[in-house]
Design a protein around this ligand. Structure first.
Ligand code: KDO
Length: 329
């Protein structure tokens, strides 16, 4: 009797796809990001994790590493390519280092607003640009998230109206050519520094200014060590939730579908919260004693757009791409 029971159990297991899936080890997905815990794109990773657990209990083991504790900011693509990291939220600036055509999305004053951003990346343009990343970087982009609109956040009380007023201002930018170009195009003296060192840099005065979307200025508490927020709206910034192809290709088709769907749920959550926050935060910063104002945005737009169009970056942009992006309504 014992023997037959054993056979029956084995037969049942073999017949039941559910039972065998449940017995398989969960797929480990290690994610690394410089984001701080209270920022929306950090929280969106927990939404991604929870969504996978809800839809496919026990199939994935998502491990989230914040504050660049696993990989330094900007080194995530290489880590994914070496097979040391499964997922990250990468920027157009990270991608442009390996796929020069992508520098078009590092240009200031191109994407108009979060809605335009989502439409662009969910259009054929997105498909083409994601394909380049898959082919040339071995990275699968799952979805685009709105990081927010980057504004200037400055120490001291010098009024900023035009790019000329930023002459000599040491503006911290993340460390890559594409980022530094943007800082210089704004008229400032761009200085590279990792995100995790920005607070101390502002506090000690090794830098005079930084740029980030307002929800990040709040989450990372940069407002504690700066005096004014200048609403240049210079970059409607994106973050791309991505997976190493080596990890992605190991997933079943169902699982690949699931990670795309979970990424969409996560970016939707991020975008809604960020957009709502951006509208509310101006008052918060004023209450904290900061001056908050719009400079001559047209003057910034004119100089920045001109600098990009005349740059070496533009030589690598696919023919007609700026017009195609502009045409998306
Ligand atoms: C930053 O370093 O200013 C930046 O905003 C750049 C982004 O691409 C992204 O890396 C972000 O930092 C981090 O996720 C921290 O919020």
């Amino acid at each position: 009797p014992k023997y037959t029971a054993g056979i029956a159990a084995a037969a049942l297991l073999a017949l039941s796809g559910v039972a065998t899936t449940a017995m398989a080890d969960p797929v480990k997905l290690r994610i690394s990001t410089p984001a701080v815990e209270s920022d929306w794109h950090a929280k969106m990773l927990t939404v991604f994790k929870d969504e996978l657990e809800k839809k496919a209990p026990g199939q994935f083991d998502v491990e989230i590493h914040l504050n660049a504790s696993l990989f330094k900011q900007g080194t995530e693509p290489a880590a994914m390519q070496r097979g040391n990291l499964d997922m990250a939220m990468i920027s157009a600036q990270d991608i442009a280092k390996q796929v020069p055509a992508w520098s078009v999305f590092t240009a200031g004053y191109l994407i108009r607003d979060p809605d335009h951003q989502r439409k662009v990346f969910h259009s054929d343009i997105g498909k083409e640009f994601y394909q380049m990343v898959a082919d040339d970087m071995n990275i699968e982009i799952l979805d685009v998230g709105y990081l927010g609109t980057r504004e200037l956040d400055i120490r001291g009380d010098k009024k900023i109206e035009t790019p000329a007023d930023l002459a000599g201002v040491k503006l911290r930018m993340p460390g890559s050519d594409a980022w530094l170009f943007l800082g210089n195009a704004l008229g400032a003296n761009a200085t590279p520094l990792a995100f995790g060192e920005v607070y101390t840099g502002l506090q000690t005065g090794t830098i005079d200014a930084q740029d980030n979307p307002l929800p990040t200025v709040k989450a990372a508490k940069f407002y504690e060590v700066t005096n004014q927020i200048v609403l240049t709206h210079h970059l409607v910034d994106a973050i791309f939730l991505s997976m190493a192809k080596s990890t992605y290709d190991e997933l079943s088709e169902d699982q690949q579908k699931l990670v795309h769907e979970a990424a969409e749920v996560a970016t939707k959550y991020n975008n809604e919260h960020r957009i709502a926050d951006e509208a509310k935060l101006l008052d918060f910063f004023k209450e904290q004693g900061l001056k908050v104002y719009e400079p001559d945005v047209a003057a910034f737009r004119k100089k920045v757009q001109q600098d990009y169009l005349e740059s070496d970056f533009a030589k690598d942009w696919p023919e007609g791409i700026v017009e195609r992006v502009n045409a998306i309504k």
